[in-house]
Design a protein around this ligand. Structure first.
Ligand code: Z5A
Length: 217
């Protein structure tokens, strides 16, 4: 088991609420990094490996409502998925010199499971240190009004997943949690106003990544 938390300069994460536009942002980051000659691995959480994708299904399937998933179970499944993702995908890619861009990482567990569900932050910190051992060098927070994000996602999803079915006050706590984390770690986070058009958001993200590459914190 690892104990130290290494901030890795080639691990980039995207965070934010639903409908924030992470999909286009990921593509913009990949294009920028590839234009500079880097190998890029795009991934996501929960998920990112075959086993972790199965854990994702357990976590997000509305069927899980047949038996209420305890908040602690939700947290542990997020970390089970992350552990596989880190061991099978992220560490090998970083070791061969690639950039990894992950659609969500451990900041989501702080925001959703600690701030949203009310679980003890110290438990998240311990899992992060002991089983993950890595944090991103750069995290882009796509910040968006909760109702606007939900309206965007509703336009796409016929059936909301288990977590998307939560009430607005849950997502307000999640948003506030992300914003507090960004304020506490300004060297790692860049907050992007995600209320603009997809093209504008993607451009803002690419600009933030380019600046960071030219002048890492
Ligand atoms: N979760 C957790 O609780 N704890 C953890 O540790 C982790 C995750 C890792 C799954 O994540 C859930 O897991 C998530 C957090 C939780 N639950 N929620 N809610 P996910 O990333 O797969 O789910 P998501 O955040 O809900 O994804 P999303 O809604 O797909 O968000 P997005 O990727 O940012 O959005 P998008 O796919 O780019 O766009 C969504 C729609 O909005 C689509 O129709 C677009 O055309 C539209 N869109 C996007 N951008 C715009 C703009 N700028 N204007 C207008 N319309 C737009």
């Amino acid at each position: 088991m690892t104990e130290a938390l290494l901030k890795h300069p080639r691990l980039i994460s995207l965070e934010g609420g639903e409908g924030a536009g992470k999909t286009s942002a990921l593509v913009a980051i990949r294009e920028l990094l590839q234009s500079r000659g880097h190998e890029v691995v795009l991934s996501r959480e929960p998920g990112g490996t075959p086993l972790a994708e199965r854990i994702r299904e357990l976590l997000l399937s509305p069927q899980a409502q047949e038996e209420t998933l305890a908040p602690e179970t939700e947290l542990l499944l997020m970390f089970a998925s992350r552990t596989q993702h880190v061991r099978e995908v992220i560490r090998p890619a970083l070791q061969r010199g690639a950039f990894v861009v992950s659609d969500r990482f451990t900041d989501s567990s702080y925001a959703y499971q600690a701030d949203g569900r009310g679980l003890d932050r110290a438990l998240v910190e311990e899992l992060e240190r002991k089983v993950v051992g890595l944090k991103p060098g750069l995290t882009l927070l796509l910040d968006l009004d909760v109702r606007e994000g939900r309206a965007r996602a509703n336009g796409r999803d016929l059936w909301p997943d288990r977590i998307e079915s939560e009430q607005d006050d849950f997502f307000e706590r999640v948003r506030e949690g992300f914003r507090k984390r960004a304020a506490a770690e300004p060297g790692r986070f860049r907050v992007i106003d995600a209320s603009r058009s997809p093209a504008e958001v993607a451009e803002a993200v690419a600009t933030a990544v380019a600046r960071w590459l030219d002048n890492p914190a």
